[in-house]
Ligand binder design. Structure first.
Ligand SMILES: Cc1cc2nc3c(=O)[nH]c(=O)nc-3n(C[C@H](O)[C@H](O)[C@H](O)COP(=O)(O)OP(=O)(O)OC[C@H]3O[C@@H](n4cnc5c(N)ncnc54)[C@H](O)[C@@H]3O)c2cc1C
Length: 266
């Protein structure tokens, strides 16, 4: 007798959404996460296109801001604005949104195993091992984010490549809420710098880069205005998509960042 029909490793937005959908279809799902506080720390700018609504996933209370365009700023500070006459993207409260997706799964009778790190996924036998014990299932879905041991097991010859994402939450002077600023910097390419208003007096400013943390921090610090105060600092990895990466082996599937999928939340 198996412990679950489906074991899901990682209760980020992708693991929680997948668990919810499978439980809704009547499967017995066990959802494992090494954290005990889902969604924290924040590792996202929270900018998603409006087609997130197509997923039926987004209660309005998790939208911090609606933007209708972007200012694209060149290294010499000239800029062009691209805009729509309606909302083009939402800025989410990602911490609360992740919690909401997790709780929705639990309310659909998904069994949660929080603070339970998965130490190994056995692809041959469809079992996982945690510090507590071994669990078996018919299917294992690994959505454990950008650094994924199982992805390396399935793709022993592919070296995972990531960008570094670095972001500050900022208190600032009153600002325009309608646009995000995207700044090109030659040292970051293909990365760029984003400034995303989350309220009239707060914003997220961040960047992604193939370069070092030290270099990234210097560039971001230079971008701050005298009126900006840093409230929080976050960093995380963003996977670089690789079409050669296999995402299925036997009864184990990779999903989301673990699969190297681009912007999997939408
Ligand atoms: C700085 C930054 C800014 C970003 N901005 C945006 C943006 O504006 N818009 C956007 O769409 N995307 C953005 N992203 C990307 C976005 O955050 C990810 O694509 C998204 O979080 C991926 O979701 P996921 O569920 O696949 O993985 P994750 O959100 O990484 O969740 C993985 C979960 O697995 C758990 N886990 C990991 N290992 C184990 C283990 N061994 N055992 C048990 N649990 C485990 C973790 O605790 C975590 O809860 C950004 C990323 C960064 C770093």
């Amino acid at each position: 007798m198996k412990d679950y029909d489906i074991i899901v490793v990682g209760a980020g937005p992708i693991g929680s959404t997948y668990s919810y959908k499978m439980a809704k279809q009547g499967y017995n799902v066990g959802l494992f996460d090494m954290k005990n506080r889902i969604g924290q720390p924040l590792q996202c700018a929270g900018l998603v296109s409006t087609n997130i609504c197509d997923t039926g996933n987004l209660p309005k209370e998790y939208i911090d801001n609606r933007v209708r365009g972007a200012k694209l700023i060149a290294p010499d500070n000239t800029s062009i604005t691209v805009e729509k006459d309606r909302t083009a993207a939402y800025v989410l409260d990602r911490v609360m949104y992740d919690k909401y997706l997790f709780e929705r799964a639990i309310n659909e009778n998904v069994t949660a195993h929080l603070s339970e790190r998965v130490l190994d996924v056995d692809i041959e036998n469809t079992t996982i091992k945690t510090a507590d014990r071994k669990y078996s299932s018919r299917l294992i879905v690994v959505s454990s984010g950008p650094t994924c041991h199982t992805a390396n097991k399935i793709n022993p010859k592919i070296k995972d490549e990531h960008f570094l994402g670095l972001q500050y939450t900022i208190r600032t002077e009153k600002q325009d809420m309608d646009y995000v600023n995207l700044t090109i910097n030659h040292a970051l390419l293909p990365g760029f710098i984003w400034e995303i208003p989350t309220s009239p007096f707060t914003k997220r400013i961040g960047l992604f880069t193939g370069g070092s943390y030290k270099e990234a921090e210097k560039i971001l610090q230079n971008k701050l205005r005298s009126t900006d105060t840093i409230i929080e600092k976050h960093n995380g990895l963003i996977p670089r998509y690789n079409p050669d990466k296999k995402i299925v082996k036997n009864n184990t599937i990779l999903l989301g960042d673990a699969a190297g999928q681009v912007k999997p939340t939408t």
